[in-house]
Design a protein around this ligand. Structure first.
Ligand code: ISE
Length: 335
């Protein structure tokens, strides 16, 4: 039987997941849309035939039409959805970040452990991107020698007005914090932020681009250019510096076109297309695992580690200092 999913939040990401589940994912249907905004809800339901509309997660959970929950609201609204969904014992795919701070993430871990089974997978979709997977294999194999450094560029054409300075870390660099740990198999131990000259095209309330240095416990250093006003497109590239070689991922342009005295490739303009295949793979694997009572991707513990590092990252952003990350001890439940 199809896994009946309640999608919570029908904004850009929620709507994208609804289309994905309805049109591409095997073994799942959207049975409920939880969204307080009537207009958004109506648009979402139009794409998910048969789905029921709820304004509160509690009502969806009480409805008996929900087997699993996909949370796609902004991060600050995750905890009040996570806790009742955990209480109901349902599998959960929670968009990143798990929660915006380590304290709330620890509360979520506690609730999950109380239920005795891992229910939460966090939406760090880069782990499902083919090139990131290849790079991880190359690092693990040692074929190019030891990894020394990662040079990351994370560029958005523009961001909505609701995007604030701390979100440079909490909403955007959050991805590098997770993927650097995943690639290197060691947590981020300290963070420092520097600022190049400000882009005059950035919204007035933003101070960016920023350069972020992530230290890991094996000495691998990752630098991240975080840039959310690049205008031209959406680009996520990584160069890996090894003892005996360099690897680069993230040139996703496809066909080369020669025309009008120039040649080039198309560039993505949004993460929805840039990571479309990764999102598909992430949701498909989550659905299969949920049907077997498991998760198949980053856990709530991974989400907590990132939240702890983001706290240090925001402090580094605000003070200009190098800030070490503090982590709680890992419960054996997450071993
Ligand atoms: C957004 O929330 C994402 O998760 C995107 O992957 C990232 O590129 C963007 O900067 C974030 O705002």
């Amino acid at each position: 039987d199809d896994l009946r999913i309640a999608v919570v939040g029908a904004g850009m990401m929620g709507a994208d997941h609804i289309t994905r589940i309805t049109q591409r994912i095997v073994g799942a249907t959207v049975s409920a849309v939880v969204e307080p905004d009537a207009g958004r809800a109506a648009a979402a339901i139009a794409n998910a035939p048969g789905a029921q509309h709820f304004t509160a997660i509690e009502d969806a959970l009480a409805s008996a039409v929900v087997d699993a929950v996909l949370i796609a609201t902004p991060g600050q609204f995750h905890e009040p959805v996570l806790l009742p969904a955990i209480e109901a014992g349902l599998p959960i795919l929670c968009e990143k970040p798990l929660t915006p701070d380590p304290e709330s993430s620890l509360r979520v871990l506690k609730a999950e452990q109380k239920g005795g089974r891992k229910l939460i997978q966090v939406g760090f979709m880069r782990r499902f991107d083919k090139e990131y997977m290849q790079l991880r294999e190359l690092i693990a194999s040692g074929d190019a020698g030891a990894l020394l450094a990662l040079r990351c560029a994370h560029r958005n054409p523009a961001v909505p007005d609701s995007y604030t300075n701390p979100m440079l870390i909490n909403d955007s660099v959050v991805h590098e914090i997770d993927i650097v740990r995943y690639l290197t198999d060691s947590p981020v131990t300290a963070i420092e932020v520097k600022r190049p000259r400000r882009n005059s095209l950035s919204p007035a309330h933003l101070d960016e681009p920023i350069l972020v240095l992530l230290e890991t416990d094996q000495g691998v250093l990752a630098d991240v250019e975080m840039n959310v006003s690049v205008q031209f497109g959406y680009q996520v590239r990584t160069e890996a510096v090894f003892e005996r070689g360099i690897a680069e991922i993230g040139r996703t342009g496809g066909m080369t076109l020669w025309q009008d005295g120039r040649y080039g490739h198309a560039e993505h303009v949004s993460f929805n297309t840039r990571f479309a295949e990764a999102y598909d793979a992430q949701i498909q694997r989550w659905v299969r695992a949920a049907q077997a009572g498991a998760i198949d991707g980053p856990s709530a513990w991974d989400g907590y580690l990132v939240a702890a590092a983001c706290k240090a990252g925001v402090e580094a952003l605000e003070t200009g200092r190098r800030v070490e990350v503090e982590y709680a001890a890992r419960p054996s439940f997450y071993a």
